[in-house]
Design a protein around this ligand. Structure first.
Ligand code: ADP
Ligand code: ADP
Length: 226
């Protein structure tokens, strides 16, 4: 058994018989600590699958279990990062990273050292007290990554998080992400349509495709990371 177990998952958007079948017969297991890329063309259901694992989208049929329990909504053990993360413009980088803690009504000061450490590891030591508009796109993305990690989620879900960035910044982000991941080794799922990015980042690549879409290949990447 694994940390994430998807069994015969099906997703139909819209109502019953008239709906659009986005996913059919999706089954796989992800072990604790694996870094998995979900790879496939636009529209193949990558985001849908990620959102279902995160409890942000309903499963039509089949089952998804995370940590042994059926997914029935968003969980505090999960960090999410989307393509275009919004930072609060009137708050500093540090305050943005700590914002989920505030939202969860937990003790913000208890998490501040961890937030500073994450920002430092992401190369943002000098940006801690800056507002988002004073930061570059790549720096803002790294702030969002730190925000997704600040409560030490066991599971990190990322939906094309770097796709709005230029190629060089994107490579830098990949390196920053791997450095953070090597340190904490949370289970991570990274959605991308870039084969290069999938192979560079992940231990394992689940390729999606077909109509209705499903998992068409499950590839273990044997290379050691740089
Ligand atoms: P990907 O992330 O691989 O680009 P998505 O998961 O966003 O794919 O979408 C998969 C399919 O489901 C697409 O055909 C998309 O148009 C459709 N879809 C996504 N969200 C909805 C929705 N809320 N209602 C209806 N169809 C949707
Ligand atoms: P090389 O030594 O041939 O440049 P690397 O080991 O640096 O190869 O990287 C392997 C592959 O991953 C290459 O195609 C490289 O361009 C690509 N790559 C390197 N860094 C990143 C990154 N941060 N994100 C995505 N792809 C990357």
């Amino acid at each position: 058994t694994g940390y994430i177990e998807c069994a015969a998952v099906r997703k139909i958007y819209g109502d019953g018989g008239q709906g659009f079948e986005a996913l059919r017969s999706v089954s796989f297991t992800i072990r604790d600590g694996e870094f998995v890329a979900l790879l496939g063309p636009s529209g193949c259901g990558k985001s849908t699958l990620l959102m279902m694992i995160g409890g942000l989208e309903d499963v039509t049929a089949g089952s998804i279990r995370v940590g042994g329990a059926p997914v029935d909504g968003p969980r505090p053990d999960t960090g999410v990062m989307f393509q275009d993360p919004t930072l609060l413009p009137w708050k500093t980088a540090l305050e943005n990273v700590l914002f989920p803690i505030r939202m969860m009504r937990q003790d913000v000061s208890a998490y501040e050292p961890a937030a500073r450490e994450l920002l430092r590891m992401a190369g943002l030591a000098a940006a801690v007290d800056k507002k988002p508009r004073q930061l570059s796109g790549g720096m803002r993305q790294r702030v969002a990554l730190c925000r997704a990690l600040v409560h030490r989620p066991r599971l990190l879900l990322m939906d094309e998080p770097f796709s709005a960035l230029d190629a060089i910044t994107r490579d830098e982000m990949g390196v920053a992400l791997l450095e953070l991941w090597e340190r904490y080794k949370q289970t991570a799922i990274f959605v991308t349509h870039s084969i290069r990015e999938a192979v560079f980042l992940a231990d394992r690549v689940l390729v999606m495709g077909g109509r209705p879409s499903s998992i068409v290949a499950d590839i273990r990447i044997p290379f050691a990371r740089p």
